[in-house]
Ligand binder design. Structure first.
Ligand code: ATR
Length: 274
């Protein structure tokens, strides 16, 4: 078929991924000739299996756990943003070579801009709960957006300390058992841990003393309204759910491969949550 665009998400495991639903929805909406598959690739065969995608004429792919860091070695070029975050989640294939970027920061920013357009992160301190891959992307977004101060609190303190490399003058690391205290007067609280997700332990935290104008967001989207967001709503804080980050981070990859920037619609949101 002429101009058939082949794309995919690679990971291990991969069956849980929502990316095929998102991309195939956009391919259909935009009447494009192509498809987007979920491909399970074992870490031991990453290089060989990625070469197979190149040989099969793929235009690009997304990368999820556990390949986001190891894929960087196979790339001809990794852009500055992905280098800074230390992970690649989107690859474009051109003339048999891989070009890597990271769209998680974009996804985070667009989710907040779309769902809390009046929120100003320059107005006060932000608190990031967690220090995993998602925290890197969120931290980068906050610093780019002009946040005055960021407190990072994580169960494993050493992992949080690694993030100081981003901007040592603006970042403070505080022990996980002091998380309630650090939320006092916060202007922005972001949960980047897996806590509160279906099947994971609850996120035990008291955010009642945050700034009355604070925005609270969670990168967990299953359930959509996590206990953190419920608590925030009960105190009258503004909240933004995590589903938008997932949907928005998918847009730049789609544009790179298909030449069209797709839209996040209520219909798509409903499809992904059903
Ligand atoms: P991702 O790359 O998706 O962010 P990750 O790197 O595994 O995933 O990070 C998960 C985050 O959730 C980490 O901050 C982790 O804390 P540790 O660095 O101490 O592992 C946090 N997390 C996971 N389970 C936790 C728990 N039971 N209590 C506190 N934090 C937890």
């Amino acid at each position: 078929m002429p101009n058939f665009i082949k794309t995919a998400v690679i990971g291990h495991p991969i069956s849980h991924s929502k990316s095929p639903l998102i991309h195939n929805y956009w391919l259909k909406k935009n009447a494009l000739n192509g498809d987007y598959k979920a491909i399970d690739i074992h870490p031991d065969s990453l290089e060989k299996d990625v070469q197979q995608l190149i040989d099969d004429g793929y235009s690009g792919f997304n990368i999820t756990i556990p390949h986001k860091i190891t894929i960087m070695e196979l790339c001809e070029e990794v852009d500055t943003l992905a280098q800074k975050i230390g992970a690649v989640n989107t690859v474009t294939i051109k003339e048999g070579k891989l070009y890597g970027t990271n769209t998680d920061t974009y996804g985070f920013i667009q989710n907040i801009k779309t769902n809390a357009p009046k929120f100003d992160l320059r107005k006060g301190k932000a608190v990031i709960l967690g220090a995993g891959g998602a925290a890197n992307a969120v931290l980068y977004a906050l610093l780019e957006g002009g946040v005055p101060e960021v407190i990072i609190t994580n169960r494993t303190r050493a992992k949080a300390e690694e993030l100081i490399r981003f901007a040592s003058d603006k970042i403070k690391i505080i022990d996980w058992d002091r998380r309630n205290e650090v939320c006092e007067d916060a202007n922005f609280i972001i949960n980047t841990t897996a806590l509160g997700m279906v099947g994971k332990p609850e996120l035990e935290i008291d955010i009642s003393k945050a700034n009355p104008n604070a925005l609270i967001t969670d990168i967990v989207y299953a359930p959509l309204i996590t206990d953190l967001l419920k608590q925030a709503q009960s105190h009258g804080f503004k909240t933004v759910t995590g589903i938008g980050m997932l949907l928005h981070q998918a847009r730049p990859g789609f544009e790179l491969w298909n030449g069209i920037m797709p839209e996040v619609t209520p219909e798509l949101e409903k499809l992904i949550l059903s």
